[in-house]
Design a binder for this molecule. Structure first.
Ligand code: SF4
Ligand code: SF4
Length: 96
């Protein structure tokens, strides 16, 4: 089974508020001015991050997050604030 298939087996309870944000999402921020490769858009296994070219910003689909922690370690400009959803929300793993 591929990654997409496995992700489809997970249960999520969407929190009303995001637990992920781009620290500096302005037009002068690192996503626009410095980060050419935008690794968040390829590293995240749940495809939470998407670069929207015409708005010049990263879209964050926080409800798909599987809480692996990779994005905040790999953003080369430390521009992602990623906490965990509050208790009872987010991804629910059935076997630990
Ligand atoms: S990796 Fe970090 S700096 Fe680069 S586009 Fe993503 S959030 Fe922005
Ligand atoms: S914690 Fe993992 S799944 Fe969640 S946004 Fe970051 S890389 Fe994606």
């Amino acid at each position: 089974m591929n990654v997409e298939g496995k992700l489809g087996l997970l249960n999520y309870k969407k929190a009303p508020e995001t637990h992920i944000s781009i620290k500096d999402a302005t037009e002068n921020g690192p996503c626009v001015k410095q980060c050419q490769d935008k690794p968040c858009t390829t590293v995240c296994p749940a495809k939470v991050y998407e670069w929207e070219e015409h708005k010049k910003k990263i879209l964050v689909a926080y409800e798909n997050c599987i809480e692996c922690g990779a994005c905040r370690m790999l953003c080369p400009f430390d521009n992602i604030k990623c906490d965990w959803p509050r208790g009872g929300f987010g991804v629910q793993y059935r076997w630990g």
